[in-house]
Design a protein around this ligand. Structure first.
Ligand SMILES: *[C@@H]1O[C@H](CO)[C@@H](O)[C@H](O)[C@H]1NC(C)=O
Ligand SMILES: *[C@@H]1O[C@H](CO)[C@@H](O)[C@H](O)[C@H]1NC(C)=O
Ligand SMILES: *[C@@H]1O[C@H](CO)[C@@H](O)[C@H](O)[C@H]1NC(C)=O
Length: 877
C-alpha cells in the first residue's frame, strides 16, 4: 500500500488468488538484462516505494543499474532479519523500551512490533555451555536473558526465537528460516534477508539475496528503515565444463573461492551462471556463498533453478509450485538450457570446472598445495630437498629404508611416507555434508571389497556436530567407517589441536630409531600449529574421503592411477577408482537421506521445543516487567523525552579530544570488563564478583554497563591525558576521571558535550554501542576531520550530529585547545548536501564554519527526530 506502482499488481497465472508486483512488465527490456540479484533489489524498491524512505528515483536508479552502478546509493528493504542472541538482546531491549515510551506518551504499546519477520537464534552467548553440553548450566547462568527472549517471543508480533539446544547446524538453521518466496496474505515477493552474522550470505546458495550487516542496521530494518548500499557492481561468474570425479565438493568450493579471491570482487555482488552451476548441489552453493567474507564480495548469488527446487522438496517446503510459478513470472528463475538473454554483468569471470583437480596440502605448511596425482613424486622431492619449508633432506641411500616393527603380534614394515595418523574431521569450513558422506560411502565400498586399515594407524573421526554423526548414521555408513577404525572420538577440532591418542610405543620407537618420515593425514582446514605428534614430521590436509583412502593405502607414496590401494577379497587388486563414490551417488544419498531427515528432525525440534525452554516461565504482559536487580537486562534511556527538533548545542565542553583512526573498538570495546573500570564499579555495587562480570559483549542488554564501557578501551589516546588511558578531564572542576564519570558530571550540571577527532573517525566493523554509548554519555555532536561512512550514518541514526572541519582545517590550524566551550547553531531549515554550512562559536569569541554530513532528507529527518528509535516511536504514536 502506498506504492505508486500498484498498477502493476497482477494475479499469478493459474493461481488467481495470489498477487504480485509484475516488475518484469514494469521494467521491460531493461529488466530483462539486469543481473538476477539486481532484479531482487528492484522488486523490493517497487513494493516498498513510499516516496520518502524509498523514492521513485531510487527504483529507477536500480532499473538503470547498467549506467548507475557504483554511482548512486539505493535503499533496500529486506524481507526479514536474522539475529543472534548477542545482537538480538540490545535490539529487543530497545523494542521493549519503545513500548514503554509509547505507553508513557499515551499511545498503545501493543502496536510496537518489528516491521518485518525477525528470527532470533539463541546460540552465541551460550557457546561455552554448548561445548560443555550442559543445559542445566546454560539455563542457570543465562536465565534472565532467556526469560526476556521468551517474553519477547510471546508478546511481539513478527518475532520468532529459535531456542537454545535446538542443536542444529547453522546452515540448516538458516535454511529452515528461509522462505525463498514470501507470502503475506496471498501477496508474493522474493525472500531477502540481512543478518548480524557473516554467515548470512549462506542463503545466497538458495537464491535468497542477503548479507551480513551490523547490529544497528538490523535494528533499523526491524524499525522499518531500509539499509542503504551503493548500487553495486555485479561480477558474473560463469561455470563451464565438468569437474573431475575425484574432486570433492570441498575441492570445487575451494577452487572457486580461490578464483574469486584472485579476482577483484571486494565490495561487489557475485552472481553465478553457466551450465556448470547445475553440477553444484545446494550444499556446495551455500558453502561457496558462506565464504564471501574470505573473498570480500558482499554476496554470492545463485538464482533459484531446478536443483534448488529439488532440494526444497526434500526440506518439506510447501507450495513449491506456487514459488516456481511466481519466480518464473518475475523472471527470477534460472533455466540454464533456455536461450533467453544472459544478464549484462559488470564483468564476467569464467571458471572451468574441468580444471579442478583434487589437492592435498603439506607436508609442513597448509599453503603448500600438492595435486593428488603428483603426491608420490612430490613426497620424493621432499625427501631429497634440503631441510626447509618442504624438504626433509634424507640421504639417497636411506630413502628406501624399511624398519620392521612388532605390533599386536604381527610384524609390519615402516618406511618413509608411511601413515601413522589419519583423522577425519569435519571443521566449520567443510560442514558440507557431501564430503563426510563421501568418506563414509568410500569406507563402505572399501569394506565390501575386503580392504582394511593397518591397526597401528591412529584413526579417528571427529564430526563437527552431533548432526554429522546423525547423518552418517542415518545413511548407514557409520558402521563401515568404524570397521576401518574411524570411530567417533569427540566433537570439534580435537585432532587439529593435537589431542590425538598417543601413538603406540613400538611405533614411536621404530620411527625414532629408523629416523623415518612418518605422516599424518587429516581433513581439517587448519594449518599445523598444534603439531599432531612430535614423531610425525609430515602432515597433510586432505579431503575426508582421501584421508580414508590414504589410511587404507598406509602410505602417501602411492599413485592412485597406477597402483592399487590394497588387496581385497580373493586377492583382487583394488584401485581408488573402484571404490570412489560418484557425485551423482553422493547427491542422491545427500538429498534423499541427509537433507530430508535433517529437516524432519529440525522441524520436530522446532515444533516441540525442548523441555527446559518450554517450562521456562516468562511474563505475558505487553510491557516487560523490568527486574531492577538484573545486571543483564535494563530498560535503556533512549526515549527519556521524545524530542521533535534538534536543539542548538550551547556551551558544550569537549568530552574527548582524539586523534586519527579512532576505531569502533576504542569507542565501544567488546572484550572483558577491566576491574578498575566504571562498569566494574557498577557491577561490584550490584553485588557481583569479578568472575561474574562477563564481557561487554554479553552485557549489551544493560545500557548502564555499556555506557560505562563506552571509551573504556585502555588504548584510548585522549590528547587531554597524553598517554593511552580511558580517562579524560572534567573541565569545570579540573579533575581527571573515567570518561563515564566525567560525562555523568557534565550531565548532572546540564552541560552538553561534544567529541573532537581527527581523520577516519569510527573505523572498524560496525558496532551498535559505538553510537548508542556516546549518545547516552550526552554527546551531541562529533567534530572530526573525516569519518568512516557507516559509523557516520549510525551517529545520525542515534541522534548525534556528525560535523566535519572544512577541507584543510583541523583543531591545530584553527588554534583550538579543546578546552573551549562550543556553541553550534543549526539553520532552521536543514537541507542535504556536503556543503551545508554550520557556524561554531567558541566562548572566546572565535567563530568558524564546519560541514554537517547529512546526505539526504531521510538523514535530516532522523536527526530532527533525535534518531531512528525516536522517529519510529513517534510513528507508532
Ligand atoms: C507480467 O509481465 C510480463 C511481461 O514482462 C507478461 O509476459 C506477463 O503476462 C505478465 N503477467 C503475469 C501474470 O505473468
Ligand atoms: C510483520 O511483518 C509484516 C511484513 O512481513 C508487516 O507487513 C506487518 O505489518 C508486521 N506486523 C506488525 C504487527 O507490525
Ligand atoms: C537441472 O537441469 C539441468 C539442465 O538445465 C540438468 O542437466 C540437470 O540434470 C537438472 N537437475 C535436476 C536436479 O533436475
Amino acid at each position: 500500500p502506498g506504492s505508486p506502482y500498484q498498477l502493476v499488481i497482477e494475479a499469478l497465472t493459474n493461481y488467481p488468488q495470489k498477487r504480485f508486483y509484475n516488475v518484469s512488465k514494469l521494467g521491460g527490456t531493461k529488466y530483462d538484462v539486469l543481473p538476477y540479484s539486481i532484479r531482487v533489489l528492484f522488486e523490493s524498491s517497487i513494493r516498498n516505494c513510499d516516496g520518502f524512505l524509498v523514492k521513485e528515483t531510487d527504483a529507477m536508479n536500480i532499473l538503470d543499474w547498467k549506467t548507475k552502478q557504483n554511482n548512486v546509493e539505493v535503499p533496500f528493504c529486506p524481507a526479514r532479519v536474522v539475529l543472534q542472541d548477542f545482537t538480538g538482546i540490545p535490539a529487543m531491549v530497545d523494542f521493549a523500551a519503545m513500548r514503554e515510551a509509547v505507553r508513557n506518551a499515551g499511545g498503545d504499546p501493543v502496536k510496537v512490533n518489528p516491521a518485518c519477520p525477525t528470527d532470533l537464534t539463541v546460540d552465541h552467548s551460550l557457546q561455552i555451555d554448548f561445548i560443555l553440553k550442559n543445559q542445566e548450566m546454560e539455563f542457570g547462568r543465562n536465565r534472565e536473558r532467556l526469560q526476556f527472549f521468551k517474553w519477547s517471543s510471546k508478546v511481539f508480533k513478527n518475532i520468532s526465537i529459535i531456542p537454545p539446544e535446538t542443536g542444529m547446524a547453522h546452515q540448516v538453521n538458516l535454511e529452515y528460516l528461509s522462505r525463498i518466496v514470501f507470502e503475506v496474505k496471498d501477496f508474493l515477493y522474493p525472500d531477502s534477508v540481512v543478518g548480524t552474522d557473516s554467515h548470512t550470505t549462506m542463503v545466497n546458495g538458495l537464491g535468497i539475496l542477503g548479507w551480513g550487516v551490523g547490529g544497528i542496521e538490523t535494528e533499523a530494518v526491524m524499525l522499518g528503515m531500509p539499509v542503504t548500499l551503493t548500487l553495486p557492481e555485479v561480477v558474473g561468474c560463469e561455470l563451464t565444463g565438468t569437474a573431475s570425479p575425484l574432486a570433492t565438493s570441498i575441492d570445487i568450493v575451494l577452487s572457486i573461492t580461490k578464483h574469486l579471491r584472485q579476482a577483484d570482487v571486494a565490495g561487489k555482488f557475485v552472481e553465478f551462471f553457466g551450465s556448470g552451476v547445475s553440477q553444484l548441489s545446494v550444499a556446495d552453493r551455500t558453502t561457496i556463498a558462506n565464504m564471501c567474507p574470505e573473498y570480500g564480495a558482499i554476496l554470492s548469488f545463485f538464482p533459484v533453478d531446478n536443483v534448488t527446487l529439488k532440494h526444497l522438496k526434500h526440506t518439506g517446503k510447501d507450495e513449491i509450485s506456487v514459488m516456481e510459478a511466481y519466480l518464473k513470472a518475475v523472471k527470477l528463475f534460472r533455466n540454464y538450457e533456455s536461450s533467453s538473454r544472459e544478464p549484462e554483468y559488470s564483468q564476467v569471470l569464467q571458471i572451468s570446472l574441468s580444471s579442478i583437480i583434487p589437492y592435498v596440502s603439506g607436508p609442513k605448511r597448509s599453503q603448500d598445495r600438492v595435486a593428488v596425482n603428483n603426491m608420490k613424486s612430490d613426497f620424493q622431492a621432499c625427501l631429497n630437498e634440503k631441510t626447509g619449508v618442504k624438504g626433509f633432506q634424507i640421504a639417497v641411500e636411506k630413502q628406501n629404508d624399511i624398519v620392521p616393527v612388532q605390533y599386536e603380534g604381527n610384524e609390519y614394515k615402516l618406511s618413509h611416507g608411511c601413515i601413522v595418523i589419519a583423522a577425519v574431521i569435519s571443521c566449520t569450513n567443510n560442514c558440507n555434508p557431501s564430503v563426510m558422506l563421501a568418506a563414509g560411502l568410500l569406507a563402505k565400498k572399501a569394506v565390501e571389497a575386503g580392504l582394511v586399515v593397518k591397526p597401528y594407524i591412529r584413526t579417528s573421526l571427529s564430526p563437527g556436530s552431533g548432526m554429522v554423526t546423525h547423518y552418517l548414521s542415518s545413511s548407514g555408513v557409520l558402521p563401515y567407517l568404524s570397521k576401518l577404525g574411524f570411530e567417533v572420538v569427540g566433537y570439534g577440532c580435537s585432532t587439529c589441536v593435537g589431542n590425538t591418542a598417543p601413538l603406540p610405543e613400538a611405533i614411536r620407537n621404530a620411527i625414532k630409531q629408523g629416523d623415518i618420515i612418518a605422516c599424518g593425514v587429516l581433513s581439517g582446514t587448519k594449518n599445523f600449529e598444534g603439531r599432531l605428534c612430535d614423531c610425525v614430521r609430515a602432515n597433510y590436509l586432505a579431503s575426508p574421503p582421501l584421508v580414508v583412502a590414504y589410511a587404507i593405502a598406509g602410505t602417501v607414496r602411492i599413485d592412485f592411477e597406477t597402483e592399487p590401494l590394497g588387496t581385497g577379497f580373493n586377492g583382487k587388486s583394488i584401485y581408488l577408482r573402484d571404490i570412489w563414490p560418484t557425485r551423482k551417488e553422493l547427491h542422491t544419498v545427500e538429498e534423499e537421506c541427509v537433507i530430508s531427515s535433517m529437516f524432519k528432525e529440525l522441524k520436530e525440534k522446532m515444533e516441540k521445543g525442548n523441555k527446559r525452554w518450554n517450562s521456562l516461565e516468562a511474563p505475558e504482559s505487553a510491557l516487560f516487567p523490568w527486574d531492577l536487580k538484573s545486571t543483564y537486562i535494563r530498560c535503556p534511556s533512549f526515549f527519556d523525552k521524545l524530542v521533535i527538533s534538534p536543539q542548538a548545542i550551547e556551551n558544550a565542553h569537549v568530552l574527548l579530544y582524539l586523534g586519527d583512526s579512532v576505531t569502533t573498538d576504542h569507542i565501544s570495546p567488546a572484550g572483558s570488563i577491566a576491574r578498575s573500570s566504571a562498569a566494574a564499579k557498577y557491577l561490584t555495587n550490584k553485588g557481583l564478583t569479578p568472575r561474574e562480570f562477563n564481557s561487554y559483549g554479553a552485557r549489551r542488554g544493560n545500557d548502564a554497563v555499556m555506557t560505562r564501557g563506552t571509551f573504556a578501551n585502555i588504548k584510548l589516546l585522549n590528547k587531554f591525558i597524553g598517554k593511552p588511558a580511558p580517562k579524560t578531564i572534567h573541565f569545570p572542576s579540573g579533575q581527571t576521571l573515567d570518561v563515564f564519570e566525567a560525562a555523568e558530571l557534565y550531565q548532572k550540571e546540564g552541560i552538553p558535550v561534544i567529541i573532537l577527532a581527527g581523520k577516519k573517525y569510527g573505523l572498524g566493523s560496525s558496532r551498535d554501542w559505538a553510537a548508542k554509548g556516546p549518545f547516552l554519555l550526552g554527546v551531541k555532536a562529533v567534530l572530526a576531520e573525516s569519518y568512516e561512512k557507516v559509523h557516520k550514518s549510525q551517529l545520525i541514526g542515534i541522534g548525534i550530529a556528525p560535523l566535519q572541519f572544512l577541507p584543510g582545517e583541523n583543531p591545530n590550524t584553527l588554534g583550538l585547545t579543546g578546552r573551549e566551550q562550543f556553541s553550534i547553531l543549526f539553520p532552521p531549515e536543514l537541507s542535504p548536501g556536503m556543503t551545508l554550512d554550520i557556524k561554531v562559536s567558541l566562548h572566546t569569541g572565535k567563530v568558524f564554519s564546519v560541514i554537517a554530513l547529512f546526505e539526504n532528507d531521510v538523514e535530516i529527518t532522523l536527526y530532527k527526530y533525535g534518531g531512528s528509535l525516536n522517529f519510529v516511536a513517534q510513528r507508532f504514536l
